[in-house]
Design a binder for this molecule. Sequence first.
Ligand SMILES: *[C@@H]1O[C@H](CO)[C@@H](O)[C@H](O)[C@H]1NC(C)=O
Ligand SMILES: *[C@@H]1O[C@H](CO)[C@@H](O)[C@H](O)[C@H]1NC(C)=O
Ligand SMILES: *[C@@H]1O[C@H](CO)[C@@H](O)[C@H](O)[C@H]1NC(C)=O
Length: 676
Amino acid sequence: MLLLILLAFSISSSFSNSDSDLSAETCSACSCMSIENVLYVNCEKITVYRPTQLLPPPSSLYHLNFQNNLLYILYPNSFLNFTHAVSLQLGNNKLQNIEGGAFVGLSALKQLHLNNNELKELRADTFRGIENLEYLQADYNLIKYIEKGAFNKLHKLKVLILNDNLIQSLPENIFRFASLTHLDIRGNRIQKLPYLGVLEHIGRIVELQLDDNPWNCTCDLLPLKAWLENMPYNIFIGEAICETPSDLYGRLLKETNKQELCPMGIGSDFDVRMPPSQPDSGHAASNAPSTIAPLVTKAPKTTNPSKIYGNGIVAGIPVGKNGQIVSYQTRIPPLSCPQPCTCKAHPSDFGISVSCQERNIQSLADLVPKPPNAKKLHLSGNYIRHISPTDFQGFEGLDLLHLGSNQISTIQKGVFGNLTNLRRLYLNGNQLEQLHPEIFLGLSNLQYLYLEYNAIKEVLAGTFDSMPNLQLLYLNNNVLRSLPAYIFAGVSLARLNLKNNHFMTLPVSGVLDQLKSLTQIDLEGNPWECSCDLVALKLWLEKLNDGVAAKEVRCASPVQFANVELRELKNEILCPKLIARPPFILTSATPVVTSMSSAGVGKAPPGGPVPLSIMILSILVVLILTVFVAFCLLVFVLRRNKKPSGRQEGLGSQECGSMPLHLRMHHHKSMPCGKY
Ligand SMILES: *[C@@H]1O[C@H](CO)[C@@H](O)[C@H](O)[C@H]1NC(C)=O
Ligand SMILES: *[C@@H]1O[C@H](CO)[C@@H](O)[C@H](O)[C@H]1NC(C)=O
Ligand SMILES: *[C@@H]1O[C@H](CO)[C@@H](O)[C@H](O)[C@H]1NC(C)=O
């Protein structure tokens, strides 16, 4: 019986493995529901069927939901015959790659949701065939690269949600042919937005979300600042906070002045003087009164302008009869908000973002009432000294926690233990001196960890081991002199920032060679001591893949190399001993801590020179042994040729065979075999 069941099971599973054989009516494989002549097709978690195996419903218009289906790759023509789909949900899959032409055939599609996947890039052919698209959501992916022209055919694109990706810059003219009204690029790696090629094309915007990017507040940001200042009041713009240069760190872009941004005045004046947008006649923004109510939506009394898009994304509803996006009003208003803070709804995941920056908060216990489903908690610029595990009760769903620029000097064990969803943690600008493994226990999903501008002088072994998903680690502007061996063995960092510390050297073996997934490392601003210890680092830097950005490493000492770039020094000059000594001594240099003080400079590498007397003695032993063995062999061969007598032969070999041991103890004696 059991056997039969097993057999049946294996047959059915092998059957479902062969793709082409299997196909089904969509509404028999999925659940379908009709509301006002529009069909809602729910194919969530039907992992046995690929989209190509479903026969599209005959209904005139329908919404397709393919969430949670473990889709890894979308092949071309995956949705070829779904010509009447108006929305497509592909969120929460494992999509890593969308092949060109995957969406061909979806000619009626207005909304596409790709959130919470593992996409690394958006290519020029990714959105081919869906020229009617108005709404594109791709937040919470790993998008680092957007190809030029990716949105060129999407002339109707109004809403673009790209927050929480790894985008470093937007290609030129990326929005030239779109007609964006809402753009969300929060939580990326963008440092600047130029006017030409980017801002000039988003003149119809009513909402622009810029928070949580490492804005580089230099002359290059003057155009953005000028553009933001010229936007009408009723346009919602998120906050751009400077990350670099260090003297503007943490400042709001809008509160900097032109002189600070660009002391030398080398910014392009042309850029700065450009009007932000030509308010076209159809656009109500131009002479609207100074209310903050959003314009596009009819929603009357929203107190929070950031909620103008992002409704019913999960339900996929808001496409009206005439095909327009009816309303992007968030349905769930924040129920409660801690007294000194402001809360806004995060449209794409229904989470709440709680902003409590610079509110004189001294303890997290003051934060009541706590909103349910808080996803982001901003507490930078307060006076928090201590945090305790109970502070985060009710905040278990946090995705981002910003504790930057407070006065935290120690963190107890397991404080973040229940924040298992946390992806970004900001602890920069505090007074931490030591990092140890207990601090980060439980942060199993953390991807970004910001620890810059503390007073960290020590990192204990295993500190990062509880965070296997860590990708970005900022330890710059601390006072580190060394790192323990295998500190990076448990993580696969893409970005590591160690600049402006006190490193004089850094071992390759056991430390840097553990960094297998690196895309950028910053080592500048350390007092590198350009001597033999740095040869391994130099070789390692030279071997890094071309794609890895590593900024210059300049010597601080010895004096003759001060301010010289490491890569310009030949190995023999860096380490004159190299000529005299075989190179293996250097590559096998100590993998463990090199806590360098100026006193430790001239120390001999382990396994260096051996006392002369021992060396001579051992050479002697080897010599005698060789001669002895040769002699024995000779004798043995001769005897064997002469007299093939078993007894004597056995004796002879026994004698000689036991000799080496003998010899080891009495090598000064004459060879015993010689007595024969
Ligand atoms: C789409 O429909 C055409 C004909 O209507 C059919 O030949 C083709 O196999 C279908 N393609 C897919 C992928 O279902
Ligand atoms: C910021 O911009 C300036 C000027 O373009 C540049 O020199 C500097 O390297 C940038 N900083 C970072 C961190 O990229
Ligand atoms: C963490 O979560 C567990 C399980 O929900 C709970 O028992 C514990 O009290 C929480 N710890 C803190 C400090 O909130």
